[in-house]
Each structure stands twice: as C-alpha cells, then as structure tokens.
Design a protein around this ligand. Structure first.
Ligand code: 13P
Length: 342
C-alpha cells in the first residue's frame, strides 16, 4: 500500500473550504429526483444534467474537491465527446466512484438491511482506477426503530465496510467509509447519538481488524439529529454540540477528514449545521460536506431539464457550493443566503 499517496488524496478531498459533490445516484434514485422536476429519466438527460454540474466553473474549481460518480457516469462522455471524468479533472477536482451494489434485506433481522457488493470488488476497483477514480464510496444503512438496530445489523454492516475499505486501499483508492444512521424515524437526537456511537465504534473496530490505514480514508457519517417524525427537533447549536461530542468520542485523530452526508436535511439546514460545528473548533480532523441532495436540490429545480436554464442552474449550484465552502471554514452567515452568485 502506498500510504503517502493515499494520505495525499484523502487530505485533498477535505482541503480547507472544499468538500465533495455526491452525484452517485443510481439510475433508480435519479429517477425520483427527475420525476420531481418533470424530466424523463433517459441516459441523455442524466448526461446533460451531470455535464451541467461538472461544467460549473466556479463551484468545481473553488469549492468542490471531488465528485462521487455512478458506474454509468464514470464511463459517459459529454455532448462534445469529452469524457465526464476529464471535465472533473480539468476543473481541478478528483473523480470518485460508488462501488456498493445497494442494500438487501438482512436475513432474520426484520426491517434491517445489509449492503452488498464485495464479490468481484477487487476487479471492479482495478477497472475504476484505470478509468480515473481516486476514491470510492460504500454506504451502510442503519435504521432506528422499535428494537432496531440489532447487533447483527451493526456488526455485519461494519464488517462489510471494513472489507471494502481494505480492498480499496490495496487498489490505491481512498475509501469513503459511510455508515449512515437514517433520520427517518420518530427518535430524538439523543437516540441518534447513542446509535451512531455504537455504529461508529463498531466500524472503527472492524477497520482496525481489517488493517485499514486511517490516514488513507475519509469518514462520511450522519450528524446527530432527531428523526424526521420526532416531535423534538434539535436546534442547530444542539446538533453541532452533540455531533462534535460524538465524533470526538469515536473517530481517531489519524483520520484526515470527516465529510458529512445530508441525509434528508434541507440544504440550508445542512449548511448551518456544518458551519456551527466548525465554529466549535479547533478539531482534530477537517469537517466538511459530501452532500447529494443538499447540493443538488437547488440546481435541479432551476434546471428542470431545459437547456435555456443551464446558466441559472449553474448559478444555483455555485451558490450552494460556496455556502457549504464557507461552512466548512466556519465562516457562513445566514444573511449570505440571499446573495446569489453573479
Ligand atoms: P445525501 O447528502 O443526499 O444524503 O447523499 C449523500 C450520499 O452520498 C448518500 O450516500
């Protein structure tokens, strides 16, 4: 393993004021996003949409360190024939790739899932690296409910994450380790804290047993938030305080950076939370964003599948990326939200 190079890439992914654009929606998931804006889910429309984002000069060259791609996208070419990977590289960002194959029901654990995709992963990683991927992502999903999560689900998902991470580092690819505790339930932020603590501690134990070098990875966790159906929503300050306390208790300082998922938070909430956490610094690791929905909701709405809307969509994307860049430095202010990029 070339740990110096893995560490260099991991540090670049969380460089000051930069974060990750999660554009790795499967063709099924992007359909849900396209349905909401009345766009047909065709290969060309998926290409046009992602080309619009990757050609957004301000966002891509100043605020985005890397882009997580889906299998189709890493092989796709822009309308003029340039590989989409090249557009990302030309902007100065790193291409990455989602390598998990989604979730399946976990046997004998009703309501719980296991992420699949380890079989053949070694070969797929070699191919993705040749296509330009410098980092990868694997998402484990843990739900909170009555009697769940189970020990079985926490352990099995952490083990799969660690197996994936070791295979990545062996292939000279930086793993993003994503154990997502969902915010779908009616639990409060304290329950999210205790489940996330269990999940993170188990994940780092499995990473250790699988000999993963922490200096060559990036963690992508949820924040400690209340479930969407909870009557007790936590304030921005509470979420920030709980999440930083959680991470300090669970994430070794050898990890270069933590890049959060947005997980269903509104885009401004996701920005406010990240900013409030960075204002609590100094911290042992970088804290930044690896947002999907919280970066893309605004540009999707502005674009709506029409070529005449590309410039407006790019402005919306740059604005959101700039707000999150400021939050990654703890320099965001709510009143900046009104000032859209020119
Ligand atoms: P969201 O920010 O929309 O949660 O997506 C991030 C991601 O990559 C989930 O795996």
């Amino acid at each position: 393993m070339n740990l110096t190079e893995l560490n260099r890439v991991a540090e670049a992914m969380v460089a000051p004021g930069r974060g990750i654009l999660a554009a790795d929606e499967s063709s099924g998931t992007i359909k849900k996003r396209f349905d909401a804006i009345g766009v047909e889910n065709t290969e060309d429309n998926r290409r046009d949409y992602r080309e619009m984002m990757f050609r957004t000069k301000e966002a891509m060259s100043k605020y985005v360190s890397g882009v997580i791609l889906y299998d189709e996208t890493i092989r796709q070419k822009a309308k003029d024939g340039t590989p989409l990977v090249k557009l990302i590289e030309q902007a100065g960002a790193l291409p990455g790739i989602k390598v998990d194959k989604g979730t399946k029901p976990l046997p004998f654990c009703p309501g719980e899932v296991i992420t699949e995709g380890l079989d053949g992963l070694r070969e797929r990683l070699a191919e993705y690296r040749a296509l330009g991927a410098r980092f990868a992502k694997w998402r484990a999903v843990i739900d909170i409910g009555a009697g769940i999560p189970s020990h079985t689900a926490v352990k099995a998902n952490a083990h799969a994450l660690a197996r994936y991470a070791a295979l990545c580092q062996d292939a000279e690819i930086v793993p993003i380790v994503e154990p997502e505790v969902l915010m779908d339930g009616d639990h409060d932020a304290d329950r999210c804290f205790s489940v996330s603590e269990w999940v993170l501690k188990t994940t780092f134990e499995e990473l250790y047993y699988n000999r993963v070098a922490l200096e060559g990875m990036v963690l992508k966790p949820n924040m400690a938030v209340a479930g969407k159906k909870s009557p007790n929503k936590a304030s921005v300050e509470e979420v920030a305080e709980k999440t930083v306390r959680l991470l300090k208790a669970c994430v070794p300082a050898a990890v270069p950076g933590i890049a959060f998922l947005s997980g269903g938070q509104s885009d401004e909430e996701a920005t406010a939370h990240l900013d409030a956490m960075n204002k609590l610094g100094p911290l042992p690791w970088k804290l930044t964003f690896s947002y999907g929905r919280a970066l893309q909701a605004a540009p999707q709405k502005a674009w709506a599948g029409k070529s005449e809307n590309v410039a407006a969509a790019q402005r919306a994307f740059s604005h959101r990326a700039r707000m999150n860049s400021l939050a990654a430095r703890g320099e965001w202010k709510q009143d900046l939200e009104g000032k859209k990029a020119a």
